[in-house]
Design a protein around this ligand. Structure first.
Ligand code: AMP
Ligand code: ZN
Length: 487
């Protein structure tokens, strides 16, 4: 494809990308609910949209990337009942809710940086936009599409459906939804079980609470994204992204809120990333099958054979198309590891390729195929496939089996910089820190300690242990030999 096409979940079709106000592009992605560490599944979604953001920027669009932090209003089971996820964690740990928010926002940012994702341009929080959320609720009540009952405000789905198609994004049908609803607490407050909360009255135990025209309460989960996306990107904007699991009810409700408030769709293209699975099941905290990035980097997890570098993990994720599920396994990661290092090794060779007067490398056709892959709905696995063709060519040029001119080498370098580093966002594994050097030195120190112990030189072996302890390095003598761990 000669120009960017993307799959719009709203139309269930690939569409040519035509920004509302080129060269500007508004991109909104639902961010994390910061009540626990981000797991690899969450990371996959953010890496998928990092690819989208990076490619749009590579195409020279002036992107404004907004990704929120959900720090209030997201209740257990994604429903309108139960405890707020953040207050619950605060209660269990006897902490202030904002301490929970701070702890896990920092963790999220740290992990995003390790995976080399570009930070958003604006990162708004739900608690920072209570005033705006109250305003949109007032607006929806005025339009007659929401009602107040007992200090809570609900969106009137049935009334909305009279002139709108509730279910247009997720493909759900009102009748089927109705027959599938369970009797939940406080549903009797609602005119209809499908109605969803815009504002909830806070019970005395609910510690995250704000004043509103309807009494003390807190905003519904779906509201913040409608409010913050349009506040920073305009009443209509280009791309809204998030994980597939957010299509319903979260994004469906977002559409309803926007249309109720402004009479139109806010979003031109809806993009949804597919799930990271483990043995076929969605990786999630509640299923107990989630793996934390840290566990992968250290290999310290019962399901892992070994540790993996963050760039290997990023590469593994990009080897699947963002709309396909990706199953996590040791074997798949080990295969990605081999591929990643093969790619990086070839890139390292570019500077030392033997130069000829003749050229047998068609850089132009590589460039074309790279753009075609990415223009086809950000198809990173196809791009990576083409990159491996280039790897073969580079290796052949290194062996002198293919001739290449200095000019062609320069073009290859530019292409690799653009696609491997800028677009895929990969970087050589040895770039950040001197892990190989540290490993080598630790091997040496452990060897000296072992020799000291063998010759019963306890003062030397104790001194080594104490010095390492002062550097927060613990040496363990196990069945499989001596290991060490930095704490
Ligand atoms: P949450 O913090 O639960 O609101 O989720 C943050 C983001 O992670 C959302 O966009 C989810 O769709 C996404 N997500 C959750 N689990 C997975 C998974 N197993 N694979 C991919 N994305 C996920
Ligand atoms: Zn959202």
């Amino acid at each position: 494809m000669d120009s960017l096409h993307l799959y719009n979940t709203l139309s269930s079709q690939k569409e040519k990308f035509e920004p509302i106000n080129p060269p500007f592009v508004g991109l909104y992605v639902c961010g994390p609910t910061v009540y626990s560490h981000v797991h690899l599944g969450n990371c996959r979604t953010f890496i998928s949209f990092d690819l989208v953001n990076r490619y749009l920027r590579h195409l020279d669009y002036k992107v404004r990337y907004v990704r929120n932090i959900t720090d209030a209003g997201h209740l257990e089971n994604d429903s309108d009942e139960g405890e707020d996820k953040i207050s619950k964690k605060a209660r269990l740990e006897s902490l202030e809710p904002m301490q929970i928010v701070q702890t896990y926002s920092l963790d999220f940012h740290e992990k995003m940086a390790i995976f080399n994702t570009l930070p958003p341009d604006i990162e708004p929080t739900a608690t920072g936009h209570i005033v705006e959320q109250i305003e949109i609720i007032k607006n929806i009540i005025e339009k007659g599409l929401a009602y107040e009952v007992n200090g809570s405000v609900y969106f009137d789905v049935i009334k909305y459906s009279e002139s709108n198609n509730y279910g247009e994004l997720s493909g759900r049908k009102i009748d089927e939804l109705l027959s599938g609803t369970r009797d939940l607490d406080a549903q009797e407050e609602k005119r209809n079980p499908l109605d969803f909360a815009l504002w909830k009255k806070a019970s005395p135990a609910h510690i995250m609470r704000w004043n509103s025209p309807w009494g003390i309460g807190f905003p519904g989960w779906h509201l913040e994204c409608s409010v913050m996306s349009t506040k920073y990107l305009g009443e209509t904007f280009d791309i809204h992204g998030g994980g597939m699991d957010l299509k319903f009810p979260h994004h469906e409700c977002e559409i309803a809120q926007n249309k109720a408030a402004n009479g139109q769709h806010a979003v031109k293209y809806w993009l949804h990333g597919n799930m990271l699975t483990f043995e076929g099941k969605k990786m999630s905290k509640s299923l107990g099958n989630s793996i934390l990035p840290e566990e992968l980097f250290t290999g310290d997890h019962p399901l892992l054979n070994k540790d993996f570098h963050p760039m290997v993990v990023r590469f593994f994720m990009l080897q699947a198309h963002y709309r396909s599920t990706l199953d996590f396994s040791n074997a798949a990661l080990e295969a990605s590891e081999k591929g990643f290092y093969r790619l990086m090794a070839a890139i390292k060779q570019i500077d030392t390729l033997p130069i000829s007067e003749e050229n047998e490398v068609d850089v132009e056709s590589y460039s074309k195929s790279f753009y075609q892959a990415m223009n086809d709905d950000f198809n990173s696995p196809i791009l990576i496939g083409h990159l491996f063709d280039l790897v073969k060519t580079i290796n052949s040029a290194a062996d002198g089996r293919i001739k290449v001119t200095q000019d062609a080498v320069n073009q290859i370098k530019v292409l690799v910089n653009h696609f491997v580093f800028d677009v895929l966002g990969l970087k050589p594994a040895d770039e950040d820190g001197n892990q190989d050097l540290v490993n080598g030195l630790m091997d040496l120190i452990i060897e000296m300690r072992t020799r000291a112990r063998q010759s019963k030189d306890w003062s030397t072996s104790d001194a080594i242990r104490d010095q390492l302890n002062s550097l927060k390095i613990v040496v363990k003598d196990g069945k499989e030999g001596v290991t060490w761990e930095a704490q």
